[in-house]
Design a binder for this molecule. Structure first.
Ligand code: SF4
Length: 89
């Protein structure tokens, strides 16, 4: 059996389907072996997913770096702001 973490066609309507991976199972194809995935329309798992999505996440180093870069004021940005202030006021 092909081992892949990618959800299969039957996972289309499942909330646990995150596009490239299944939130719960490492091998979605294997879950559908008996014509019914145990996670499909499973209210307990759906609740767990909702709680997980609502919980605050630890930012990765890349996300922290990107956030710092967005806050940084460059000389070009300062000039643009000054031009905007001149033109409006
Ligand atoms: S829980 Fe089952 S139906 Fe839902 S995405 Fe995972 S493998 Fe597919």
């Amino acid at each position: 059996m092909k081992r892949s973490s990618k959800p299969v066609r039957q996972c289309h309507a499942c909330l646990l389907n995150l596009g490239k991976v299944c939130w719960e199972y490492a091998n979605p194809r294997r879950q559908w072996r008996n014509r019914r995935c145990p996670g499909f329309e499973n209210p307990a798992l759906y609740n767990e997913l909702t709680e997980w999505q609502a919980a605050p996440h630890v930012k990765t180093r890349k996300q922290l770096r990107q956030a710092a870069g967005r806050k940084r004021v460059t000389p070009a940005a300062l000039r643009r702001r000054a031009q905007i202030v001149k033109s409006t006021g």
